[in-house]
Design a protein around this ligand. Structure first.
Ligand code: NAI
Ligand code: MG
Length: 501
């Protein structure tokens, strides 16, 4: 911890809360209470206890925010592109300057560890920096029609866009949606998940401090069923970027369809980590641990299935279990390696999967139960869990658990590994561990998913497009391709005389 995070943590554990944290919707450059006065409590998952409250809005607050964004669009789309870029660049600096407060609030909202949260502050800053550089390079084409026609295409912003954000990565999901939208010249209404409102509010304020005109980026807080539903149904929203569950994603698509809004769907996953017989066992075990226990497994792209060749199954699983047992679990501000589950509801959901596996006779090699913070004795935690040798139709192989539970599948050879890897309705990510690069590339070619990493599960960065196939959704975030959600092409053709008189 730095001096400042230390001070925040000391004050928090002493008083049970933090002062001076925002609580209202952020609309048109200022904080507002809900039109109807609604509030909701916010709990710290590491203590399992409420520590503050924020506004909870409804359709009236959404309408106010969308109208503010629509009004601001006229100014924002006229601003020279290089100036938009400077504002996004200044935002990257602001995020880094506010690193400690952002990281501590992300810990208290999500339950993750301070180290994880601090890394995500940098991810968010880097994302604004990346898109800052692209604002003045979004150019169209000249169209070769004929001598007497001159044609070209130009890229224009789609208008007001919605960002519906989940609770597992509030900062990086905000940044990867908002930064390209602003770069394209769009205005934004963001809705953070009900349990994790704070960093989005701070980001919206920092954007204004960085020079963003009021109304260009707004944040409305509240329940998905009211605020999220009203936002995706609002007739003045041109695009909805949604990250969350497939069930809710379907609802958002249906609402967007009624007013012909386009959508980006970043949904769940059941991503495989494929370990071929020739892999380096120790390095692969390290990779597997990072893939599933980062953020206590609450990641759409978690490597939640280990697909391992029989020849190394016993050795690799032993190495993984050794490492899993060594992970300290507890409050994210107390220096533990793995933090909390975001809500009691999510914890119960995870434990239900484990109990069903246990009741069916599956072998749970470690973990398999709820645990408490070793110091405070409370909070919502699940011990790092490994379940061995599961059949392909097991719920632990087919369903997204969204918790620290690794499901092991044993296979015979690379072709069988590919079959197993492709054997769910999801298709978000896959990792491959092997010394045989050409085998890895052949598997990568035939995997049904949006991204593949080789010998480095979390390899990549904001430069690398991210998204799914099948029930993992469609559309791509990150990279230059993300801009396509927020831009549309306009073609212009002019008739000109063949010669001048
Ligand atoms: P969810 O999909 O319901 O929530 C995600 C976001 O959608 C939140 O901001 C929520 O307020 C909003 N929302 C909820 N209902 C809405 C509606 N009718 N219209 C518009 N927006 C709405 O996910 P939930 O219920 O928090 O978690 C359930 C499961 O979903 C998890 O166990 C996990 O498997 C999966 N999930 C996947 C995520 C991912 O990163 N792909 C993130 C969060 C959850
Ligand atoms: Mg839900």
């Amino acid at each position: 911890m730095t001096a400042t995070t230390d001070a925040y943590a000391a004050r928090y554990f002493e008083t049970g809360t933090l002062e001076d944290i925002p609580s209202g919707h952020f609309i048109d450059g200022a904080e507002y209470p809900s039109v109807e006065g609604g509030m909701m409590e916010i709990a710290d998952p590491g203590l399992g206890r409420v520590f503050t409250a924020v506004s909870a809005g409804d359709a009236a607050d959404v309408d106010r925010a969308v109208r503010s964004a629509a009004w601001a669009f006229d100014e924002w789309r006229r601003m020279p592109a290089f100036q938009r870029g400077r504002i996004l660049g200044a935002m990257a600096t602001k995020i880094r300057e506010n690193r400690d407060l952002l990281a501590v609030l992300e810990v208290l909202n999500v339950g993750k560890t301070l180290a994880e949260a601090t890394a995500k502050v940098e991810t968010a800053a880097r994302t604004f920096e990346y898109y800052a550089g692209v604002c003045d390079k979004l150019q169209g084409d000249s169209l070769p029609i004929g001598f007497e026609q001159i044609g070209f295409s130009m890229l224009e912003p789609v208008g007001v866009v919605a960002q519906i954000i989940p609770w597992n990565y509030p900062m990086s999901t905000f940044a990867r949606g908002v930064a390209p939208a602003l770069a394209a010249g769009c205005c934004v209404v963001a809705k953070p998940a009900e349990t994790t409102p704070h960093t989005a509010l701070i980001f919206a304020r920092l954007l204004v401090e960085a020079g963003l005109p009021p109304g260009v980026c707004n944040v409305v807080l509240g329940e998905g069923a009211s605020v999220g539903a009203a936002l995706s149904a609002h007739p003045d929203v041109a695009h909805v970027t949604f990250t969350g569950s497939p069930v809710t994603g379907t609802r958002v698509m249906q609402a967007a369809a009624d007013h012909f809004a386009s959508v980006t769907m970043e949904l769940g996953g059941k991503s495989p980590v494929i370990a071929l017989a020739d892999c380096d066992i120790a390095k692969t075990a390290d990779g597997v641990i990072g893939a599933i226990f980062e953020n206590a497994g609450q990641i759409c792209s978690a490597g939640s299935r280990l697909v391992v060749e029989r020849a190394i199954h016993a050795d690799l699983v032993a190495a993984v279990v050794d490492r899993a047992r060594a992970i300290t679990v507890g409050h994210g501000l107390r220096g533990n390696r793995m933090g909390a589950i975001n809500s009691r509801r999510q914890m119960d959901r995870i434990l239900e999967f484990i109990d069903t596996a246990r009741a069916g006779g599956d072998r749970i090699l470690c973990g398999g139960e709820a645990v408490a913070d070793p110091k405070g004795g409370d909070g919502w935690f699940v011990a790092p869990t490994v379940i061995d040798d599961l059949p392909p139709d097991s719920p632990c192989v087919q369903e997204e658990i969204f918790g620290p539970v690794l499901s092991v599948q044993v296979v015979d050879g690379p072709a069988d590994a590919l079959r197993a890897a492709n054997g769910t309705r999801y298709g978000l990510m896959a990792g491959i561990y092997t010394r045989d690069v050409s085998a890895a590339l052949a598997i990568a070619r035939d995997l049904k998913c949006g991204q593949v990493t080789i010998n480095d599960y979390w390899g990549g960065g904001v430069e690398v497009p991210f998204g799914g196939v099948g029930h993992s959704g469609f559309g791509r975030e990150k990279g230059l391709v993300a801009l396509l959600s927020y831009l549309r092409t306009k073609s212009i053709v002019a008739r000109v005389p063949a010669s001048l008189s």
